[in-house]
Design a protein around this ligand. Sequence first.
Ligand SMILES: O=C(O)CCC(=O)C(=O)O
Length: 264
Amino acid sequence: MLTTEQIESFNNQGFLRIPQVFTPEEMDRLDEDLEFIIQTWATESMGWTGPWRKVYMDESTEKASKLISIHDLYFYSSAWMRAVTKPDLVSSLSDLMGPNIELHHSTLHAKPPETGHPFPMHQDSAFYLHQDGRYLDVLVHLDDTSHENGEIRFLSGSHKLGHLEHITQTEDGPCTPHLPTTDYSLEDTVPVPAKRGDVVVFNVFTIHGSHINQTDRIRRMVRVGYRDPENKQVAGQSLGRPGLMVCGRRPRLVGDLAFSTEQD
Ligand SMILES: O=C(O)CCC(=O)C(=O)O
């Protein structure tokens, strides 16, 4: 259960660190399975594209910069399935969002050593737009974070702005959604360093980003998205895919049909 102060702080700032949601033993198991997933299923790529790369990195760093990613870790590991449905975690989310909570997706972002990918300022609603802000993202920390390895950073109170238009096109073609670097800077953000086993929860509209990993060790975080099932998705990743109810029930809205077992 969260305290009144924690809930107020989340409502004002749009983010909250919750310490030690996962025990060291749970983290060992998650770590082991994450390494399996990274070795077996994940992909390493240049990461997010767009003109922001040249603002955040010099030429040689930009060329070397990499990101390891994969979605939906609970499709590959039962330890991750237990993690994303952990009652202590889910009950804290319920304190912030209400009684009914549906799991939407999860995504690994691992920043390899030294040139591990920075993230430009953005809102996650640009990747999976819903009708409103009843959506929480949870960053499960596999490693301690600090300025040196690119901790998560937030623009405090920015969730109150609602969804903003993002840059998605350049003259060279489509790019990963991000906010203009001329208007939004990492320098204006609040750093939220965290420990292995902590989670950092934020609203889908909270503007955030992170610096490059300059250390000689990988920095791994798994983002898990949860929504109020009445908050329907409008566009983006995992659109149309039902999620598990991890808390409460799915109310039936006008026009809703039960899930079919037939292929479309
Ligand atoms: O991993 C990071 O540093 C940032 C991740 C992020 O921006 C996101 O998951 O939306």
